[in-house]
Design a binder for this molecule. Sequence first.
Ligand code: XMP
Length: 509
Amino acid sequence: TVLVVDFGAQYAQLIARRVRECQVFSEIVPSTMPVAEMMARRPKAIILSGGPASVYEPGAPAAPEGLFEAGVPVFGICYGFQVMAQTLGGVVERTDVAEYGRTPLTVSGGSLFEGLPADQQVWMSHGTYASQAPAGFTVTATTDVTPIAAFENPEAGFYGVQFHPEVLHTEHGQKLMRRFLELAGVRPNWTMVNIAEESIEAVRAQVGDRRAICGLSGGVDSAVAAALVQRAIGDKLTCVYVDHGLMRKGESEQVEKDFVAATGVNLKVVDAEERFLDALAGVTDPEEKRKIIGREFIRVFEAAAREISADGDVEFLVQGTLYPDVVESGGGTGTANIKSHHNVGGLPDDLQFELIEPLRTLFKDEVRALGEQLGLPGEIVWRQPFPGPGLGIRIIGAVDRERLDLLREADAIAREELTRAGLDRDVWQFPVVLLADVRSVGVQGDGRTYGHPIVLRPVSSEDAMTADWSRLPYELLERISTRITNEVREVNRVVVDITSKPPGTIEWE
Ligand code: XMP
């Protein structure tokens, strides 16, 4: 493993991803973790991430004590570079001119830059800089503003860069990452085949001959988690799919048919439409809707679990928790406590299961690759994210079956046309929203209409934390608009949401 020491901000996750793209497993650890604990994980190399602080500010996070004496190669990036400089006896100062964004870099040599051009573009973001390298280090690159943009001490295994190799704007960033790992002697052997095999083995060892259940949401995470556990324990896994009536057109059928066909898993489908719609009747407040849906979901799920455990002991619950969830909840060390997880609509604290979380070290794109490795069909693996509360939070206004049917039709048209245009994978997610309490005047055929607007909300994103509105081709938008207004009688207007996140969220509620 390669440890990425997190000095704050979002850089560490990106670095960990880039390392993994080099077929090397990487984990994020807090900068406060004692070195002994880090060494217990037997890292082959350590990367110090960037961070928002300046090294000489009081209280700025320092290098873990003894890190540079541990005999492990270290790569310092941005703040991590400055930490390295300062800890090893160099000097870090404030610059007069801060450097932000794309910056020309001049390389003067060094083993890290071997084989790369002398002039290259890098991404800078700093207001302090190293003015003096520590003893034993060679300066290997500069910019107009920064006299030491990179340095190294290959004998000690220490390398550092002031810029951000992990962002795509740094022209040769990924090559530098790969080169560091090579210099550190880390072999690229983290492949999907190995990951799948190891995870299956681990689950088998954990469960033994006991039983497990898994809530399927139709989303990729729970599907891949279920497929993996099923490989490990076969019939001792039962999947539960709660059809709350808020699904999109064809969705329940897809889970029932495609997933079962691909995996042969035991599936228990619970038809709970009436129960959910009754509970939601007349409710317009988004938070209230979410609470009701979450609550009803838990009740149905618990009842299903009791039914299953009547014929055997269900001791485990499979969850599709992903690595960002783990990192963001400050975890990393895996204690099996139920946390409320939106994959299955949020589970109560007193649910007495031991957790199986086979995806808790993986990022979303890795989960997709693993799904492919496990032989799941593309329609499941490349499915766009869909929120647990379903169409219930895409109807602005009260939810009833008539409105759901209307939205289902409009949504199906939008999805169909997106697929036909071959853009499924270019768009992160494509919510279609019904403004059920809004009406506007239109003219269709030879008459006046007074119908509802439909909002198209296609977005691009890497992780749903931030998003940008997708620039869909006009011809596609036109086709969707024409079809929806022609085919869905109650809709006489189609609008496109062009708000990024922030300030808008992806979903309207
Ligand atoms: P927002 O609307 O907050 O959504 O920008 C970010 C991502 O999360 C999804 N989402 C949910 N997923 N249960 C889920 O499983 C939920 O309650 C929920 N709310 C939002 C949303 O679709 C987007 O991908």
